[in-house]
Ligand binder design. Structure first.
Ligand code: NAP
Ligand code: MG
Length: 396
């Protein structure tokens, strides 16, 4: 390696897997160069969350990061870790700084069939990673009063809209997005569709949200007409816009093999649904692509808290490490492409193949064993699954 990967360590069970993956599957084969940032909750707390910001800045500097799952603190975590503050979601902070789009695609293996019988090919979810409810401002209203939306232009001119005349207690939320971010989301989706030669679907609720969601629809359409229509037609692929509820209904009957672009919240929810329906949250790749060409690879699932507490009690766990392994291979491959090191790309391919071959040979973790159609399955614990992948790699 010539340029370091930005390595963002994380929490709980995924932090344990992280070390095992490095020790068994990466360090013996790769002359690994990383710049290490510990995003474990204790260290985020010690640094007043500065480490998260530093890791995002390092990603902007070097171009490729690999991230372990991290705890997003809630009230219980504030107690558990004796936190100075309820720190924000590191993913939210990093995504806002990189202003990108998250692409999530299921990892298909023989023997794990999707719950939705019509799905024959992967569905890739493209999630806008900036704004909306993830950058909201909220008020809990205690009693009667008037709520207004106020915009003050630089010259001092005010635009006001009545939100609601409260007769009693209630709740309020302000959200925003920017044309710049929506446009880069649109371009990231169109580029990804062209690169992977797949149709692109996009959906919002523009019939109800006539300015907010409608702006998303308009920006996508304008950019499509001006910059992509010809390319799409040349490749025989399609850009298709519809309402979000119509999209959900159509996805259930589709064959797959397309990209589904979603606003931030829709993408959060739909990617968990799509990945679970394809088999498991742990069988999904996830990469954040920023408009400036910066990449951050991660697993889509969380820190698997329940398994971690078993692990702490000395009990055996069978946690699926596939998504975290693919975060590493994705990052190593991209580093190889950017720096012109084909051996690094070949190693990433080899590790991914060995991971899939191990599962297809019937050696897998419990989450997959519960849903596989394969017979004669060996259920492995967290560590042994990783060791078996190494064996597969050594004996191919
Ligand atoms: P989770 O880590 O996604 O796990 C929820 C459940 O899904 C697990 O209990 C397990 O089911 C199953 N599961 C998820 N990943 C698995 C894997 N790799 N192998 C096997 N089973 C897996 O969610 P959580 O436990 O509710 O959240 C824990 C922490 O993760 C939270 O503090 C949250 O803030 C954080 N989080 C982080 C990210 C991120 O950094 N990307 C994303 C989401 C959540 P069983 O218990 O039935 O085995
Ligand atoms: Mg989520």
């Amino acid at each position: 390696m010539t340029t370091p990967l930005v390595e963002m360590d994380g929490d709980e069970m995924t932090r344990i897997l992280w070390q095992m993956i490095k020790d068994e599957l990466i360090l013996p084969y790769v002359d690994l160069k990383t710049e290490y940032y510990d995003l474990g909750l204790a260290h985020r707390n010690e640094t007043d969350d500065q480490v998260t910001v530093d890791s995002a800045n390092a990603t902007l500097k070097y171009g490729v990061a690999v991230k372990c799952a991290t705890i997003t603190p809630n009230a219980a975590r504030v107690k558990e870790y004796d936190l100075k503050e309820m720190w924000k979601s590191p993913n939210g902070t990093i995504r806002a700084m990189l202003d990108g789009t998250v692409f999530r695609a299921p990892i298909l293996v023989k023997g794990i069939e999707p719950c939705v019988r019509s799905w024959e090919k992967p569905i890739t979810l493209a999630r806008h990673a900036y704004g909306d409810v993830y950058k909201n401002t909220e008020i809990r209203v205690d009693g009667p009063g008037r709520a207004e939306l106020v915009f003050t232009a630089q010259d001092g001119t005010e635009t006001r809209e009545l939100i609601h005349e409260f007769q009693g207690p209630g709740i309020l939320q302000g959200i925003h997005n920017t044309e710049k971010s929506i446009a880069s989301f649109a371009r990231a989706c169109f580029n990804y569709a062209v690169d992977t030669r797949q149709d692109l679907w996009f959906a919002t609720k523009d019939t109800i949200s006539k300015k907010y969601d409608h702006t998303f629809k308009d920006i996508f359409q304008e950019i499509y007409e001006a910059e992509y229509r010809e390319k799409f037609e040349g490749l025989g692929i399609e850009y298709f816009y519809t309402l979000i509820d119509d999209a959900v209904a159509r996805v259930m009957k589709a064959k797959g093999g397309f990209i589904w672009a979603c606003k931030n919240y829709d993408g959060d929810v739909m990617s968990d649904m799509v990945s679970s329906a394809f088999g498991s949250l742990a069988m999904m790749t996830s990469v954040l692509v920023s408009p400036s060409g910066v990449y951050e690879y991660e697993a889509a699932h969380g820190t698997v808290q329940r398994h971690y507490y078993k692990h702490l009690k000395g009990e055996e766990t069978s946690t699926n490490s596939v998504a975290t392994i693919f975060a590493w291979t994705g990052a190593l491959r991209k580093r190889g492409e950017l720096d012109g090191i084909p051996a690094l790309c070949q190693f990433a391919d080899r590790l991914e193949k060995a991971t899939i071959a191990t599962i297809e040979s019937g050696r897998m973790t419990k989450d997959l064993a519960l849903i596989t159609s394969l017979k004669d399955v060996t259920v492995l614990n967290s560590q042994d699954f990783i060791r078996e992948i190494r064996n597969t790699m050594e004996n191919e």
